[in-house]
Design a protein around this ligand. Structure first.
Ligand code: G6P
Length: 472
């Protein structure tokens, strides 16, 4: 095995590595666009840290390798693991359950068995690269059992876990047949981070109700096997983006020229509405389309003045609920366009693609109104990216109150996406917002995103893990 083994002081563990295996990319690897990479790469580069994760292709068995100053430690998933652990338990049990059962979760014992087996594989991989007393930071709902497994293997480690998605209310959480095992798994961490204060509260309540542990002010007293009590901290660390990077790219002349070109290619409508989401039932895309379609049908909006650009990036395409949603969205878009398009104007420009960051920022700059109508979302970084890209201080953000971002972005136009009438009024208010009002709101929104960026987020979390080490 390569000499990255038993070497690292800081180890990040997430389902996906920060790079995707890609035949066309130079060296066979392409950096994934996510914000997590941007936040953690500097930490790993300066500490000589390692990242443990799946390279994104079934059956790919690889030795650890170096990428941009980080040691990457691939974990192999077989075709069966992808089907049962990733598509099954992670994305057809936990994902819908934790997003308030928007889509019905399926509970299958063979999926659970695969989840346990794969979590064990990740824990063992992390344990094998961690130096004595190292810090291990585990990420997200695919790996909830890893903290405890890792603690059992390596009691010397300082272990953090961050939960990127919502943690549901107890009444829903208690559906999970393995609810105690999952809580035990998470409680293996010293610090358990959530997006919102409400998520941390839901978790603490589940721990009280299921395990009977004392959870005062987010400090959970976990009885250890030796009869002693360990404190696990559960609290909110709202994630963010690299705001300065979005600002910098938005100032580039080529990106600004591209924004102008995008508007021109749409026929220079007076108002461009914009939605961009992974194609996921949590994102409220159907609610958005319904509201917009009704506004056109009632002639409150007209395709001669307004266009909606909807980017839906392909996601989890072998999971039935996602296939069905795609069909519903595409049927609805086809109907709305068929009813309202003219030869020269389109109601919805629908794009089932993902785009590089520069193109996304050009789209943000081209959009007068950003629509974020998620039914439930841990944070929603699109809302923050839009704000960070609006270097001109213009644009209006319509934001669902069911996103973590709504806790922070007070000057957005808040909506309950289930209330179609309310959503329609919010869209009209955004379309009609005066430039002075846009500027007033955007200034405050931009300040918030600039002062709470992703570097601050990882610093806060890691500082709390350091405090655990000092206490020991
Ligand atoms: C959400 C999750 C991430 C996940 C991402 C993409 O943001 O919190 O853990 O990586 O979606 O989903 P995928 O299934 O493609 O990894």
């Amino acid at each position: 095995m390569s000499d990255t083994r038993a070497e690292a002081d800081v180890i990040v563990v997430s389902n996906r590595l920060p790079v995707d295996h890609s035949e066309d990319a130079e060296g066979g690897w392409r950096r994934s666009p996510g914000g997590l990479v941007a936040a953690l790469e500097p930490v790993l580069q300066t500490t000589g840290g390692a990242w443990v994760g799946w390279p994104g292709t079934a059956g790919l068995e690889l030795d650890p390798f170096e990428f941009d100053g980080m040691s990457l430690v691939p974990v192999m998933l077989t075709d069966d693991d992808v089907e049962l652990y990733y598509e099954g338990f992670s994305n057809d049990t936990i994902w819908p359950l934790y997003h308030d059962v928007i889509s019905p979760p399926a509970y299958h014992r063979v999926w659970w068995d695969a989840y346990v087996r794969v979590n064990e594989r990740f824990a063992r991989a992390a344990a094998s690269v961690a130096r004595e007393g190292a810090t291990v930071w585990v990420h997200d709902y695919q790996l909830q059992l890893v903290p405890k497994m890792l603690r059992d293997l390596r009691p010397d480690l300082v272990i953090g876990y961050f939960h990127h998605i919502p943690f549901p209310a107890y009444g829903l959480y208690s559906q999970l047949p393995w609810r105690r095992q999952v809580l035990d798994g998470l409680l293996g961490a010293d610090v358990i981070g959530f997006q919102r204060v409400a998520d941390a509260g839901n978790f603490a309540r589940a721990v009280r109700r299921q395990l009977g542990f004392d959870t005062k002010a987010g400090a959970i007293r976990v009885p250890a096997a030796d009869g002693r009590v360990r404190i696990a901290v559960a609290k909110a660390y709202p994630i963010s983006i690299d705001a300065a990077l979005f600002d910098e790219i938005a100032r580039r002349p080529d990106v600004q020229a591209r924004a102008v070109e995008i508007r021109e290619s749409l026929g220079n409508p007076r108002t461009v509405l914009f939605g961009v989401d992974r194609l996921d039932y949590t994102k409220g895309i159907m609610h958005r389309l319904k509201a917009y379609g009704e506004l056109l049908a009632e002639h409150r909006l007209d395709v001669a003045d307004v266009t909606l650009v909807q980017v839906a990036s392909p996601s989890r395409e072998r999971v039935a609920a996602y296939m069905q949603l795609r069909d519903e969205i595409e049927l609805t878009v086809g109907r709305i366009n068929g009813d309202h398009d003219t030869v020269g104007h389109t109601a919805i420009r629908y794009l089932h693609h993902s785009y590089p960051r520069e193109e996304m920022i050009a789209l943000y700059l081209a959009a007068d109104v950003m629509l974020v109508t998620a039914l439930r979302d841990g944070m929603n970084l699109v809302a923050k990216e839009y704000v960070a890209s609006r270097i001109d201080g213009r644009g209006a953000l319509v934001l669902s109150e069911f996103t973590g971002a709504a806790d922070e972005l007070a000057q957005a136009i808040k909506v309950n996406p289930h209330d179609i009438q309310g959503l329609k009024e919010a869209i009209i208010a955004a379309v009609q917002m005066t430039p002075a009002e846009q500027t007033r709101r955007m200034r405050a929104l931009r300040r918030r995103v600039r002062d709470h960026d992703v570097a601050g987020w990882s610093k806060r979390f890691l500082a709390d893990l350091d405090a655990v080490r000092s206490d020991r």
